[in-house]
Design a binder for this molecule. Sequence first.
Ligand code: CAA
Length: 389
Amino acid sequence: MKIGIDKISFYSPHLYVDMNELAVARGDDPAKYTIGIGQDEMALAPITQDPVTLAANAAEQMLTADDKDAIDLVLFGTETGIDHSKSAAVYVHGLLGLPPEARAVELKQACYSGTAAIQLAKGHIALNPDKKVLVLASDIARYGLKTSGEVTQGAGAVAILMSADPKVMEIENVCTAKTDDIMDFWRPNYSDTAYVDGKYSNEKYIEFFSDVWHQYTEKTNRSLDDFEALCFHLPYTKMGLKAMQSVFADGMGDAEKRILSNYQISTTYNRRIGNVYTASLYVSLLSLLELHTSLPEGSRIGMYSYGSGAVGEFFTGILQDGYRDHLCAERHEHILKQREKVSVETYEKVFSQTVPVDGSTKVFDETTDPAPIYLSGIKEHMRQYVCRT
Ligand code: CAA
């Protein structure tokens, strides 16, 4: 039985910062941000968007009533969850009006947990082939103003409907993984910004990719020739390129040229959104599938997932016949096109707004946020969500 991605969609908030302007404000050469790091724009979440609303907005327009009836499990991967106890999945379950019989759980392992959710969903569907699993990956990447990680922030979510006989991509069974207890990037419970050893995290990302890739090629006897494209977790778009080039051992043959060219397409959305932690790999996959005009049906796509701390995994998918008919490129283009550019000064103000933690009541101004689902305020430590539809 084939199991995999039946539908896939992303959402990103309506504000963004231009990286050229950020570079100038920080006294850096803009080329460092746009070429050295590989980011053009950075999505910015207003106070009315959090990982719950981003995920709910990504899923809301994608699901039909029949899809909702078939969902019996919601898995929410995030590393910027809003509650130490109640899962973000339960909030989304409520906002989307999913059946009460469906379970809802949050998963955490830095940027990797969305991939863990996909693998768990596969197992669940193998046992329950008539059911569907809603996988959500949603994050707001925050390092802090004027930090070296600032240029690699962002905000967004991806919603994936996993099912038997998927319309977009079968996820193949063979995959390889590696776990090692390291401190390259982490966020203690008391901090709303990440701690990072930037250079070390880059080294580990590449080392883990090399390890899981070589594990995979030994296990399967496959090589780059067997792949149409490779997609990467993209904390910034130069990162995947560095990892990919580390396995281009024999120079630039046809396979390397094809994979490099497809890599550029797979980074288009990411260049405009920034790092979205758990969702980044899947934003990149969407970029490839929606913006490539002639990616053949039946072709194999490799995917590298990396979550600091750290877990890495290499897994693969096969594009299904007619997969293009089940994508929503126009909606995604609209989400990006209708965004509003903000000045660095406004970005700093928006970035510094926080939800009160003292139990006081606060109502947010939602009139400027066009999102169908938003956070309207907080009351007695309870977030107040609104679904306009
Ligand atoms: N023109 C063109 N390129 C320029 C340039 C210019 N004027 N000036 C500098 N550059 C290039 C540099 O040569 C460098 O390129 P290479 O890496 O190819 O050598 C690149 O721009 C970045 O320059 P620096 O290394 O000097 O940048 P930095 O010290 O400011 O830090 C960073 C960059 C480490 C990515 C930092 O932004 C950071 O810590 N980010 C957060 C951590 C991160 O994203 N790690 C990735 C792996 S971990 C992970 O994937 C999990 C996750 O999501 C966090």
